[in-house]
Design a protein. Structure first.
Length: 317
């Protein structure tokens, strides 16, 4: 098992050796660093992005913000690497814009919160809307990515990394086991306990006539689906799907975008997404599937949920 982890790490090292370009890496880290510092020192997420949900502008603010971040890294990196021919390729703009905009629309769409369920109690309506929030990615970017695959990338195998290739599965599991003690330790921090669990079953006791374990399981399944869809978009569409245009250069702009979608999370989580996004992006490029990233993402997310529940139900005496 740990032998496959060594092989995985070797794949990451191969990618770094082939891809490393000092100025483009420094530029990417600079943009990401500025975004993270500005957010947590000024409160950009809460003052701008979060507030946009309440004034009706989120449906365009999120796509525009994500497009700006992505191209603020992608175009300079292409220039720094002297691969300017990419900038004359229409597919570079069409494909990346399509992927980023459908993701931004999914995050920015808030209209479903106005849906009315007259036959449901208040907590039941809130529960249904929580499920819709997790599952809307199926409509907003799973279906469009299937169409993109059928129209633009019909000759490529699989759906942007969702393929029958499951190599290195044991290596990813070993990686998760190494992270597990740190996740458990992090669960004792105030930031963690404020954020997790994402689903607080004590607020939805008896909702829709369900047992607590049933409502929790239903939410967590939808939570997992949302993570799979996120992995499909970031490591799948933005890395594997853009390889034909950007090559290894697809990873850095994906990483920058991946960090800024975590700006509403605790600072440690946002910073760690830089390294996690880079490693998973490098592996997606090297082995051309996203199942490992899906596995790690899902198990980390569920572990954080379980530890959040543990911290609530089994408090320190």
């Amino acid at each position: 098992m740990f032998k496959e982890l060594t092989s995985l790490l070797n794949e990451v090292w191969k990618f770094i050796k082939s891809d490393f370009h000092l100025s483009s890496y420094l530029f990417t880290f600079f943009i990401v660093g500025v975004a993270v510092y500005f957010n947590y020192s000024w409160g950009f997420y809460s003052k701008v992005l979060l507030n946009s949900y309440f004034d009706g502008t989120s449906v365009w603010i999120f796509p525009v913000f994500y497009v700006i971040v992505y191209f603020s890294v992608a175009i300079p990196v292409v220039i720094l690497r002297k691969d300017v021919a990419v900038l004359r390729t229409p597919g570079f703009y069409f494909k990346s814009l399509f992927i980023i905009v459908i993701y931004g629309l999914s995050i920015g769409y808030y209209g479903y919160h106005q849906w009315q369920f007259p036959s449901l109690f208040d907590d039941e309506s809130k529960f249904v809307l929580r499920l819709v929030s997790q599952l809307k990615s199926l409509v907003f970017y799973f279906v469009p990515l299937v169409l993109l695959k059928l129209v633009v990338d019909r000759k490529t195998k699989g759906l942007y990394g969702l393929s029958l290739n499951t190599s290195y599965f044991k290596g990813y599991f070993s990686f998760f086991l190494l992270l597990l003690p740190f996740l458990i330790l992090a669960s004792y921090s105030a930031d963690f306990q404020n954020a997790y669990p994402q689903f607080k079953p004590w607020l939805y006791e008896g909702v829709l006539g369900l047992e607590t374990w049933e409502s929790t399981a239903l939410f967590e399944i939808s939570y997992v689906i949302d993570f799979v869809m996120t992995e499909l978009l970031f490591r799948g569409a933005l890395v594997i799907g853009m390889v034909g245009i950007l090559g290894r250069g697809a990873v850095l702009p994906m990483v920058a975008l991946y960090v800024v979608i975590h700006l509403g999370k605790p600072p440690v989580e946002a910073i760690s997404s830089l390294f996690g996004g880079y490693i998973l992006g490098a592996l997606a490029y090297q082995i051309r599937h996203i199942w490992g990233g899906v596995f790690v993402h899902v198990f980390i997310a569920l572990t954080m949920e379980i530890m959040g529940l543990f911290q609530y139900y089994v408090p320190d005496k």
